[in-house]
Design a protein around this ligand. Structure first.
Ligand code: NDP
Length: 295
């Protein structure tokens, strides 16, 4: 039976990092400016520490300066905001990222709002999202994970215009902005969430499916229209006695089933994950170029 084309996010992300490297050097040579990304991490969640380490390594790999602040779990909101303010005023920092989730005693909204919109490379500021949603407006930055999903489609020569798309999930950081981006690309978009009674049936009508749910293997083969394109954002640890870590990562899509039905699919890991970091570097470069009027 037919098998989907595997969309290789790892190699596409590598290609994007190579392009960024070239641009970083060109900028440095021309005006002596090196883009900089500051990351603030609070507490010692293992997964957050891994994400932050990967971001630092990615910066190094393309020549972007990285700055890191680690604060203890019991820090106050003011402690975090103090560092954000310093980075806001530091001209060598072009992007500021607060690693989420924050400890439960902190008000996430208040902290994220402290990041200057010109340095909000995560694109989570309400003004960014508002501009993304409005016709004729341009956001300062597009959130990295959904931007990575669209970039995967573009770089795999999958056209979006006029297609029926279904986004499963409506979170502020993935589902909702992914739906807005698909709409901006002229797809006709439906959003499926936990209160959608006929999720399967709706999903089966889609030419393009983006799954961002957080439920392992939820999207089965019979949810997918033959020939559809499936982007799996999910990163879910499931127990695996055979793995040395005791778990492995699976997506929101039942890969073994869907790979037989779809025309193209992203794997987990190695699909959207590496793209998220590549888009963070892209946004940092965009920010530095904008700050220095460099084209
Ligand atoms: P959230 O938990 O914030 O949002 C999940 C969304 O899925 C919600 O809108 C929820 O609906 C919906 N949902 C939950 N259960 C169902 C269901 N049974 N049927 C239909 N919809 C459902 O998650 P995130 O958006 O932050 O993350 C989603 C996944 O993507 C996770 O696995 C996460 O680890 C991964 N992720 C991967 C990234 C990457 O770089 N590849 C980056 C960020 C996240 P409702 O709104 O009604 O509650």
């Amino acid at each position: 039976s037919a098998t989907a084309k595997i969309i290789d996010g790892k190699s596409i992300a590598k290609q994007i990092r190579d392009e960024i490297s070239v641009e970083v050097s060109r900028m440095k040579d021309a005006i002596g400016v090196v883009p900089g990304l500051a990351v603030i991490i609070v507490g010692d969640r293992k997964d957050s520490a891994t994400y932050v380490r990967n971001k630092r390594k990615a910066c190094e790999s393309v020549g972007i300066n990285s700055f890191e602040v680690r604060l203890p779990e019991d820090s106050t909101e003011q402690d975090v905001v103090k560092f954000i303010s310093e980075f806001n005023d530091d001209s060598s920092v072009h992007g500021i990222l607060v690693q989420l989730p924050l400890p439960s005693h902190m008000n996430e909204e208040k902290i994220l709002d402290a990041v200057r919109i010109e340095k909000d490379v995560d694109g989570f500021h309400p003004l960014n999202i508002g501009c993304l949603a409005m016709r004729g407006r341009e956001p300062m930055f597009v959130p990295c994970t959904p931007k990575g999903c669209i970039e995967l489609l573009h770089r795999s020569d999958i056209s979006i215009k006029g297609k029926k798309a279904v986004v499963i999930g409506r979170s502020n950081i993935v589902g909702m902005p992914a739906a807005l981006l698909l709409q901006n690309e002229n797809a006709t978009v439906s959003i499926v969430h936990s209160r959608t009674p006929n999720a399967e049936e709706l999903t089966r009508q889609a030419d393009i499916v983006i799954a961002a749910v957080g439920v392992p293997n939820m999207v089965k083969g019979n949810w997918i229209k033959p020939g559809a394109v499936v982007i799996d954002v999910g990163i879910n640890p499931v127990e695996d006695a055979k793995s040395s870590r005791g778990y492995r990562l699976v997506g929101d899509v039942c890969y073994e089933e869907v790979v037989k039905v779809a025309s193209a699919i992203t794997p987990v890991p190695g699909g959207v994950g590496p793209m998220t970091i590549a888009m963070l570097l892209t946004n940092t470069l965009i920010s530095a170029k904008r700050a220095h009027n460099f084209e």
